[in-house]
Design a binder for this molecule. Structure first.
Ligand code: PDD
Length: 283
């Protein structure tokens, strides 16, 4: 069935949507994006996604064709028009179309496109069984804190993981894990501390990461924001990743080594439950 998508001011059938071949998002990955989850027909933590969008735009000195504070209403309209109860809204702002030139166009006409995807997110087979990850060299640029559509490095590691029969890839730089292909990486130590890499330009500042750390602290768990190695992760009591589209995803093997008992651990399960309850409540 054809979806309704949003392109530069209009809601149109997906087969009628048009973007210029000169769009800089297409030519230079000169575009930023957000993925917001839909639960019970409502957007989860969407204002935090809008704040990050503003920051990404600011870092790249890119405008938005619609004021960012007006975007949530358009997203809600898209969710309604497509009757989405569970899934996500993808939105992308690019610097727009201009003759191909590495220098930014003097007069920018940024473009905004959005579409929905239906997907089960609250209960999935993988969230019950946990996933396998393999580690790979982080091939990305130095500004991973900006959520750009420059995703080829992530696509390559995830494809390589699939070839190896794994569910995801965790990326490694200078001996330490940065993050997952499209998620933040966490481990739980034998004494129950939650460890995840500190915020910097080396990782995306995940919205789910932030909420999960708040939940962990409210639960009285110790949080350590620091880098960790593959070996430390393989020896951890539990491991998981976080993202808008997977919430808290248990990781049960890393490079073929089973984490603890090879099933989602109790703290990971609890964080996932709490996160989903909070998301449903606040949505
Ligand atoms: N990815 N790190 C990377 C590299 C990501 O691409 C993402 C999100 C995250 C988690 O951020 P958040 O919790 O705000 O979703 C971390 C989205 C879901 C995607 O590209 O589909």
């Amino acid at each position: 069935m054809s979806r309704t998508v949003y392109v530069n001011g209009a809601f149109v059938a997906e087969e009628d949507a048009k973007i210029s071949v000169f769009d800089r998002g297409f030519l230079f990955a000169d575009a930023v994006y957000e993925v917001s989850t839909v639960l019970d027909g409502k957007l989860v933590d969407n204002l935090a996604h809008m704040e990050r969008l503003k920051r990404s735009l600011g870092e790249l000195k890119m405008g938005s064709p619609v004021p960012v504070h007006d975007i949530p209403a358009l997203m809600e309209e898209l969710v309604t028009r497509n009757n989405v109860t569970e899934g996500m809204v993808y939105l992308q702002v690019s610097r727009g179309a201009a003759d191909r030139d590495f220098v930014f166009p003097a007069e920018e006409k940024p473009s905004l496109v959005m579409f929905t995807q239906e997907k089960s997110v609250a209960v999935t087979g993988k969230s019950e069984s946990g996933i396998s990850v393999v580690t790979m060299q982080d091939l990305r640029w130095a500004r991973r804190d900006i959520k750009t559509t420059q995703l080829l490095a992530q696509s390559i590691v995830k494809q390589e993981a699939a070839i190896q029969g794994a569910d995801d890839a965790w990326m490694v730089e200078d001996g330490f894990i940065t993050e997952g292909s499209s998620n933040n990486a966490f481990i739980i130590t034998a004494d129950g501390a939650i460890v995840t890499r500190q915020l910097s330009n080396s990782i995306l500042h995940g919205i789910t990461r932030r909420v999960v750390l708040e939940i962990a602290e409210a639960e009285g768990l110790t949080v350590e924001q620091r880098p960790f190695t593959i070996e430390e992760a393989q020896g951890a009591a539990e491991a998981f990743s976080t993202s808008a589209s997977s919430f808290v995803m248990p990781v049960v093997t890393i490079d073929g080594k089973t984490i603890s008992q090879g099933v989602p651990g109790p703290i990971t399960r609890k964080l996932r439950e709490r996160y989903i309850a909070l998301a449903r409540g606040a949505a």
